[in-house]
Every structure is written in structure tokens, then in C-alpha cells.
Write a protein that binds this ligand. Structure first.
Ligand code: SF4
Ligand code: SF4
Length: 477
């Protein structure tokens, strides 16, 4: 028997989505988040903050100096552990939020959503509401179209450029970078970064838009695993909307709920407003779909229609599958007490607590000791045995410091510090002292352990110590 074959296109050609604007609480929340995020992102590199030996910038990722400044906090490569922990916390918060309220992160906080939203706002501002934009898209090119479409893309490119420039400004002293940039004196890497980020921001937010969420972002694909029947997500109440006889427009004789219900029709008047506002271009009435970013705009749209018709709100609302499956759904509410949410919540609390603990208890300097292993030991002409150690001290105190290096547990005569028992170290820098320990064969045979101790000269009570071991061919005999 011949097998039926069907060719399936893995990539669907994009149909541009022209969204209608909408008013409502979710729209207001999205706008508030956008304004807050933009204020923070665009202003941070310009906030002055005094640092001892770095440009006065509150948030500065000083790559040449190998340290990050976040206001008063100076982070060194040795603190990379914090970054890893932050990533784990971010992942746990994402999973926690998804299990409670679906892809709310995508709908309100993701960069792609925020920038797409701003770019759509520019379109709306220059070209008008959805019908005007649709008309403009269909009409042949003329003066009006060139002016409006050209103006839109010019403004979008400007926003993309400023986004890219701001990103680069986090890595250098922003005011100086601005002057160097406009006077063609900035480093090539600065221009390249701004150019690449301008183009990628422009393409992602002006052209690709929901395609990034649908085809590029992996989160859309694995969100299904994190959804539970109790998860709140924008849902269409199909029982209420369709009734027994299906949805129907609000024509004469079918305008009031009594009229509609008496004929078996549901409350959805099939106006399509929920579809027109959707940035993902989907119809929520077909059920929860992986393209949905949980932005809630369809809820605002439908609530507006319900208000205008005098029907109760909530035909589309944040609700759970479990609740909507009931004969009479209850008021939607967050279900915190589930194993998954409790697990995510507990792990977030633990990780955040540990992060703050390590930040507030971090020492002002770091000590590491490495034994020179090539060779592990040397037998001198008089039979004594020498081990060598590299003692590295990193100054994280925020000021230049002198550090005293001492060895405890061995007679002073056995130690050769090479004149480096006091190390002067600039803030943020490391220095290494080469220390030799020379023992007689009898002492060496005991394979002694001893302590390297380091403390700031001006604060001898702050001590870091590391245990070291002595090796020889006589040990353990
Ligand atoms: S269906 Fe569309 S408008 Fe509604 S929440 Fe999902 S992405 Fe937003
Ligand atoms: S906005 Fe509400 S009433 Fe209009 S089509 Fe969507 S679900 Fe139906």
C-alpha cells in the first residue's frame, strides 16, 4: 500500500501583524513596566558614582580592569560565583512565575516585548490606528507613504541606535564615549558594537517581532512543561462565549444577554477585537497556544467590548484550565500551595539568602597559595630540601593597601620570603610573593603542614590563612 506523504513547511511565511491599540489595566501595566525599564536602562550609565581608581560611573563593566562596578559594589573575576548564582536565581524566578501566571515574563518584561512595544508605538504615532496603517500598507508608494513609512523607520532606527549606544556605554565611561563617538575618536570595537546592536535591535523589533518569540526563543517551546492545570494564563471561557449554539455577532434580536441565551448563543459577539490587538497574531478563542506571550491585551480588548455591551467582564481572563473546567468556574486566584511552586519558591529564597550572605560577608582581600610543582621539591647541595610556594593576594578593599605575609608553624629561619613579606597592592589588583621553605631531611621526613597568613598592615586583625604542605622524597618513610 502506497504511503500518503505530506510536505510540511517548518517555517511559515510571515504575514505582518498590524495591531490595534487598546486601553485597559494590562495595557497600563505593560506601559508602566516599559517606562520603568527604559528609565533604568537608558539612565544608569549616566549616573555618576565615585570610585577610587575608575571612571565615576554608577554601573560600569570595566573589562580592561577586569571588574564590574554596581554603585558601591566592586565585583572581581574571583566573584564570578555571584554571577552564576544570579543566573540560577533568574532561572528559578522565571520557572516560579511561569508555574503561577504562565509566560507573564514574556508579556511584560522581556526585552523583545519591550522594544517591539515601543516600535509599535512609533508606528502608531506616525501612521495612525490599525485601519490607517493597514490602508497605508496596501496603498501604492506615494509622497505620503514615503514620508510616513520613512519617518517611522528613521525613528525606529534612532531608538535602535540609542539602545545600542547605551549598551556599549555600560562598558566604558559614558560621557567620554559619547564625545569620542561623535568626534570619530572612539575605538573601532565601540563603533562595531553599536553598529551590530543597532541592526539586530532594529531587525528584531521592527521586522521579526513575534517571529523571535515563536521561532528563536526556546522558552516558548519548553513552557508547556512548566504549565499545570492550576497555572493562570489568558484563557477564553469557551462555555460562556460559545453557548450551545456558538458565537454570533450582536445583530438585532441578539444584543442583550437574555436574547442571546434564549437562542442558545454565547456571550462572544465575534467582533474580533481580541485578535486585532494580539501582538502574536493569534485567536485566543482557539485555546491556549504556544505563541501566546500572556500579555493580557486580549483581556483588555474583550473587557472593553463587554463593557460597551453591558455584559459582565471576564469572557477572556487570566484563569486556570482547572477552574474553567468546572460547571460554574470560581473567581480566578493564584494557587501557591503546589509542590512545584513551593519548590521553586524555597529554592529562590535559599539562593537569594545565600547570595546576600556572601556579599555582606565577603572579605576585603583574597588569598590563594599554590605550591610550585615543577619540580615539587629540590635537594640542595647540603642535603636540605626546598619547596617553593606562590602566594597570591588580591586587593578588593576599594583602596590601595599594604599586606603582610607570614608563615605560622615553622621556624622563621626555614622561610625565605625573598624580601616580599609586605606587598603593596593597588585596589582591584593582585600580587604574588614567591616563598621558599627549606627544611633539613629530618624535618622534611615529618611532611609538616603550616599556615600562610596574610593581613592588611593597617588592620592586623583581619586575617586570611591557607594551609600548605611540605613535600620531599623522605616523607612517610
Ligand atoms: S492571545 Fe495574544 S493578546 Fe492574548 S495574551 Fe496571548 S499574546 Fe497577548
Ligand atoms: S473581544 Fe471578546 S467578544 Fe470580541 S471576539 Fe474576542 S472574545 Fe469575542
Amino acid at each position: 500500500m502506497a504511503e500518503d506523504t505530506q510536505e510540511v513547511n517548518l517555517y511559515q511565511k510571515r504575514i505582518p501583524i498590524i495591531t490595534r491599540s487598546v486601553k485597559g489595566k494590562f495595557r497600563n501595566f505593560k506601559t508602566a513596566v516599559l517606562l520603568l525599564a527604559y528609565s533604568i536602562y537608558f539612565s544608569l550609565p549616566w549616573i555618576p558614582w565615585h570610585h577610587l581608581d575608575a571612571p565615576s560611573q554608577a554601573v560600569l563593566f570595566d573589562l580592561p580592569g577586569r571588574r564590574f562596578f554596581i554603585f558601591g559594589l566592586e565585583i572581581f573575576p574571583q566573584d564570578i560565583f555571584w554571577l552564576s548564582l544570579l543566573l540560577f536565581i533568574a532561572a528559578a524566578v522565571l520557572f516560579f512565575a511561569t508555574s503561577l501566571v504562565g509566560r507573564a515574563f514574556c508579556g511584560y518584561f522581556c526585552f523583545q516585548t519591550l522594544w517591539t512595544d515601543a516600535f509599535i508605538w512609533i508606528e502608531h504615532w506616525i501612521q495612525g490606528e490599525r485601519p490607517a496603517r493597514t490602508r497605508l500598507a496596501k496603498q501604492p508608494w506615494n509622497g505620503e507613504k514615503i514620508l510616513k513609512v520613512g519617518g517611522t523607520h528613521a525613528l525606529q532606527l534612532l531608538l535602535a541606535f540609542w539602545t545600542a549606544f547605551t549598551f556599549a556605554a555600560y562598558f566604558t565611561y559614558a560621557p567620554q564615549f559619547f564625545v569620542d563617538f561623535v568626534t570619530a575618536n572612539a575605538a573601532t570595537v565601540g563603533y562595531a558594537t553599536v553598529l551590530i546592536l543597532t541592526l539586530t535591535t532594529y531587525v528584531a523589533a521592527a521586522h521579526a517581532r513575534e517571529q523571535i518569540c515563536t521561532y528563536v526563543c526556546p522558552y516558548a517551546r519548553f513552557q508547556g512543561v512548566m504549565y499545570e492545570p492550576e497555572t493562570l494564563a489568558p484563557n477564553y471561557n469557551a462555555k460562556r462565549g460559545e453557548g450551545a449554539a456558538g458565537r454570533i455577532t450582536a445583530k438585532p434580536g441578539l444584543k442583550t444577554l437574555e436574547e442571546r441565551h434564549s437562542k442558545g448563543h454565547g456571550d462572544c459577539i465575534d467582533c474580533g477585537f481580541c485578535v486585532q490587538v494580539c501582538p502574536a497574531g493569534i485567536d485566543i478563542r482557539n485555546g491556549l497556544q504556544y505563541q501566546c506571550i500572556s500579555c493580557g491585551l486580549c483581556i483588555d480588548a474583550c473587557d472593553n467590548i463587554m463593557d460597551s455591551m453591558g455584559y459582565p467582564r471576564g469572557l477572556i481572563r487570566y484563569d486556570s484550565e482547572k477552574n474553567l473546567a468546572q460547571d460554574v468556574p470560581a473567581k480566578p486566584h493564584l494557587e501557591w500551595f503546589r509542590l512545584r511552586t513551593l519548590g521553586y519558591g524555597a529554592s529562590i529564597i535559599l539562593m537569594v539568602g545565600f547570595l546576600f550572605y556572601t556579599i555582606f560577608t565577603r572579605t576585603t582581600f583574597e588569598l590563594s597559595v599554590q605550591q610550585v610543582r615543577q619540580p615539587l621539591f629540590v635537594t640542595l647541595s647540603n642535603g636540605d630540601i626546598r619547596n617553593r610556594y606562590q602566594v597570591r593576594v588580591t586587593n578588593k578593599s576599594g583602596a590601595n593597601q599594604d599586606y603582610r605575609v607570614t608563615v605560622k608553624g615553622l621556624p622563621a629561619a626555614d622561610i625565605d620570603m625573598g624580601g616580599m613579606d609586605v606587598l603593596h597592592i593597588d585596589n582591584g589588583r593582585s600580587r604574588m610573593a614567591n616563598v621558599s621553605v627549606i627544611l633539613s631531611p629530618t624535618e622534611a621526613a615529618k611532611a609538616p603542614s603550616f599556615e600562610f597568613e596574610v593581613s592588611p598592615v593597617n588592620n592586623p586583625k583581619e586575617v586570611e590563612s591557607v594551609t600548605a604542605h611540605f613535600h620531599s622524597n623522605t616523607e612517610n618513610r
